[in-house]
Design a protein around this ligand. Structure first.
Ligand code: PBG
Length: 435
């Protein structure tokens, strides 16, 4: 501060340089500041006589940088030693507490954590977690149609026409720094079978869409979902035996073909969300055998059998035709079990470990963060999105603030990337754009 007030610059006229520091009696508002005997500036009521022109410029909190006097460092120091202390804003008065505030001795605290929260600048300096559009993966629903169909249970989300609406949505996302998407197809019922073979049709909706996106946006990072449910006439992630058992190894065989078809189309990251045992290792082997060593596997490591997926299943019309997914997705009551899945996925070669849902499972994210060096993804699922949207629409919460807080919390828990239907809205918010 002092260096901007007392410059060593000699560019000012010599007349200014020659002024005597004793003539310095500036005014500030209705107060006049003089050098006190103990060399501290004190404020006294201003007299009616006009104040002489100050040697040093008056320093006001809101003023521009004061005019330089042209005094040398030595002259400025000499002036201060002589008791002519240059002007600066007064010591601010102690702010008044409201009438009735109890008068108490201050608590003998050695630490007051509120100190680092005192101002926006301090809070920004000590913020431990940050979030950027680069952290987002934008899940997009696609269908064969040309129109974009609103999804009732997910306000603001659409089944996008793969050749039209999808391209526009991806372009909008890229404009605000979201360069990663994950595709979820709405497959015509007539193409669904018990073994979900449409999943690996090279001319199916997903591979076709990937090729088109890569053609338009070569730098786009495309994640895919690897699971049979959008293609299964039973609405399950795997092949269902007549007694209702989901057949693990047979399903994995199909998933490998699905992942390879997606990689062949140009997928960057294949993401098995099916929760079959051993699928990560099998998919890794299949990808490598087909020459896709560079394709990443994001494993849904800890995917819970959650009711928060309800709106998603409506979006894709993928509700299981019978039963539930509890024999493959994890029990929401379980914590340690997530580590069993982590160890399997790590040893089978997963590149990214995903936790799903997000907010109700923050401590699972943290547990994995503390137990694995691999990158972590959190999936803020459809039910989480829809609850925030609904609360906002009903004016029960501030949608934008709750949205940003929920995403920041996922980062704080340890997620590197976040799959979120809010990706575009949140990125716009981070870029300072309002809808
Ligand atoms: C299915 C899949 C689901 C989701 C992503 N992939 C639903 C399910 O397991 O039934 C849910 C995503 C969401 O709710 O947003 N493989």
């Amino acid at each position: 501060m002092a260096s901007t007030i007392f410059s060593t610059s000699s560019s000012l006229p010599t007349a200014v340089k020659g002024l005597d520091c004793n003539t310095y009696k500036p005014t500030l508002g209705n107060l006049r500041f003089i050098a006190s005997p103990n060399k501290k500036s004190i404020a006294v009521p201003s007299s009616s006589s006009p104040a002489p022109k100050p040697l040093f410029p008056v320093v006001r909190a809101t003023s521009d940088v004061p005019v330089k006097t042209g005094l040398s460092d030595a002259e400025c120091e000499a002036a201060v030693v002589a008791g002519n202390v240059p002007e600066a804003p007064p010591v601010p008065p102690t702010p008044l507490a409201p009438a009735g505030t109890p008068v108490v001795p201050s608590l003998p605290l050695s630490r007051r954590p509120r100190r680092t929260r005192r101002s926006p600048a301090l809070r920004a300096a000590f913020q431990e977690t940050s979030i950027s559009p680069a952290n987002f993966v934008y899940p997009l629903f696609i269908h064969e149609g040309e129109e974009d169909t609103p999804i009732g249970a997910m306000p603001g989300c659409y089944r996008l026409g793969w050749r039209h609406g999808l391209l526009e949505e991806v372009a909008k996302a890229r404009d605000v720094g979201v360069n990663s998407i994950v595709l979820f197809p709405k497959v015509p019922d007539a193409l669904k079978t018990p073994t979900g073979d449409e999943a690996y049709n090279d001319y199916g909706l997903v591979p076709r869409t990937i090729r088109m996106l890569k053609d338009k946006f070569p730098g786009l990072v495309i994640y895919t979902d690897v699971a049979l449910d959008p293609y299964s006439s039973d609405g399950h992630d795997g092949i269902v035996r007549e007694d209702g058992v989901i057949m693990n190894d047979e399903t994995v065989h199909q998933l490998c073909k699905q992942a390879v078809a997606q990689a062949r189309a140009g997928a960057d990251v294949v993401s098995p969300s099916d929760m079959m045992d051993g699928r990560v290792g099998a998919i890794r082997g299949a990808l490598d055998d087909a020459g896709f060593q560079h394709v990443l596997i994001m494993s849904y490591t800890a995917k819970y059998a959650s009711s928060f997926y309800g709106p998603f299943r409506e979006a894709l019309d993928s509700n299981p035709r019978f039963g539930d997914k509890k024999t493959y997705q994890m029990n929401p009551a379980n914590y340690r079990e997530a580590l069993v899945e982590v160890h399997e996925d790590e040893s089978e070669g997963a590149d990214i470990l995903l936790v799903k849902p997000g907010l109700p499972y923050l401590h699972i994210i943290r547990q994995i963060r503390d137990n694995s060096p691999l990158p972590i993804a959190a999936y803020q699922v459809s039910g989480e999105y829809s609850m925030i949207k609904a609360g906002g629409i009903l004016k029960m919460i501030d949608e934008e603030k709750v949205m940003m807080e929920s995403l920041l919390c996922l980062r704080r828990a340890g997620a590197d990337i976040i799959l979120t239907y809010f990706a575009l809205q949140a990125a716009r918010c981070l870029c300072g754009e309002k809808r």
